[in-house]
Design a protein. Sequence first.
Length: 687
Amino acid sequence: MNTLLYSIHLFLQGPPPPPHQSPQLIPLMLVIGVIVVFIIVTIYNRIILQRIRQASRQSKQTHNLMQQALNSCETNVIMYDVAKDYTSKLYGHMIPDKGVTSDEWKAHVHPDDLPEALHCIRQVISGEVEEKEFNYRWNFNFGEGEPRWGYLHNYSVGEKVPGITRPVSVISTLIDETELMSRQEEEEEIAEKYKLVFEHSVIGLSFYSADGWLIDANKKMRELCHFDNDDYDSYFSNTNLFDASPFHENVDKNHVEEFWVCSKSEYNDLHIYLEIRLHPIHDENGKLTYIAIAIRDITEEREMYMQEKLNDLQIQKANEEIQLYEKELHYLMETCSIQAWRISLDRNVIEFYKGLSTVDNQFTLQQLQSIFYNQDDDFVRDLSNPAEAISKPLSYMGRMHPMVSRRSVEPQWVQINSIPEYDKDGKLKGAFGVWRNIHQLMQKQEQLKRETERAIESGRLKSVFLANMTHEIRTPLNAIVGFSDLLQMMTTSEEKQEIIHVIHNNCDMLLRLINDIMAISSMDSNGLVMKPEDADFAPAFDEICQSLAQRVENPNVQFIKDNPYKTLQTRLDVGRTMQVITNFVTNSVKYTQEGHIRVGYRIQDNGLYFYCEDTGTGIPKDQCSKVFDRFVKLNDYVQGTGLGLSICKAIAERCNGKIGVDSELGKGSTFWMWIPCKIKNVEEINN
């Protein structure tokens, strides 16, 4: 600043005018110099003012940040003046605004913590240390009443001035840790309680690490496992849990689950019975952290149980004759589906018995009518006045709701018989009787009726079948006999070949009819026999398709084979499978006049899926489920026994597979079958 003023002075003074300069120019130069100086001073003042404002904003921001930091951590800041022996508050609520004397400060420090606190402060005051951290308890109550103790964490720093070796004041930052210490004390108290419970539990408890090494065991566990014995203590400490009995054979160390077992233990000729339970402990992420083992001595319980069992046997033996009588009576009534019942007018109840003494069920007399299913029966309507209804012997047969017999969920047919009961004065007191469950008998009668109708229908179907068979067998036989006689009359080889072809087709038709009849007869008598074997199904399928293609004689029908595999090693009954495919194709040939017949298979759902798709007449939706029944022919004018598809269904069921048809009338049908089998090797055909 002095340099600047000196420069301005020289500028105002200016150099001495040359000899030839005019004296009139001097005032003008002075005015210009004053203006320049004014501009320079103004700019300089503005720069200084701007820097002062910026420094003020930064100071204010720093103060705000410090204020927020102090507020967030509940910090107190105090300053102890060594010369005045007085403590002032810089920030916080620890001491009053006016400050405190040394005696007041000492009075608010807990007596147990005062010596240590004074020692630490004196170390800072003496210059022995530049800074010091320590803790002490502080009474926040500066008024009357009980002390309000809190925990403070103290950080003190000595403040020095140049020329003096010892600090002139001590600035202390104190953090109120009362809440933290309270939580810590509570946690320690809870931990101590849990530890006390753990140590003095009546059940032996021990904890193992996740990899099976012993961490700790309580007093009861040490007692049960004889930890006091050096050998046993060494054994449990040095043996991994997963290598010890009974866990080594029952617990997977890679996947620890709950485990419970009862075990007999022998030690020094003592036999004790232990209940052992293993419980895995996982963290919040499901990771195994510890393994808890609980052991309980159940020796006394077992002895009590064995004694109780012995007492029960003695009581059972003492009551054997009575129970035998009750059992025989109960067996008789149970076998005959009979239950005793008694009506008591005084108690307003009807009771149903097991035997003659054990009440199995009971209802009020107001509920008596609701037991019966048909409320329109005369007997049921009369029950609105029970005393009148039971005043004479009765016999009734009808249906009851299952509220009496809990073993069923549907109304039961019953037959009821009862007689009235009178007291010694001749007054009606109720009724006693039995009711017999004849529901099975009624069902058998109904079943017999259905079976009779079924037998009649079966006889009718067999008659129709025999009539159809007579026609079906006679047709190819007549053709064979007739064309055989005609064969010897043919002269040309072409004519003979045509006749032989007709005879061959009719022989094949007759053979298929006989095979279907024999297959059905075999299934009815001995059941369907399956003979699975290892085979390469792909070439077998090609071979059967080559034979089936010859049966499609209609030039308007194209036979298509879908064999996606070159090799398919599997295990199944190839003959039965080919029988299904043959029946599918034969059925399609009968009903397809133009279009195509596509037969194929593929691997699907751990098995093989076979299909035969045609563009024939199709099947109505309501008939699709019936085509697999025996003797069913949707078109009586088409040759066949109506047995082929039923044979296919029996084969599919015997293989634990599925069979079905997807069809649309006028557009064709797709017959399919799926059977489970294990695929051993497969090689697809490269397209």
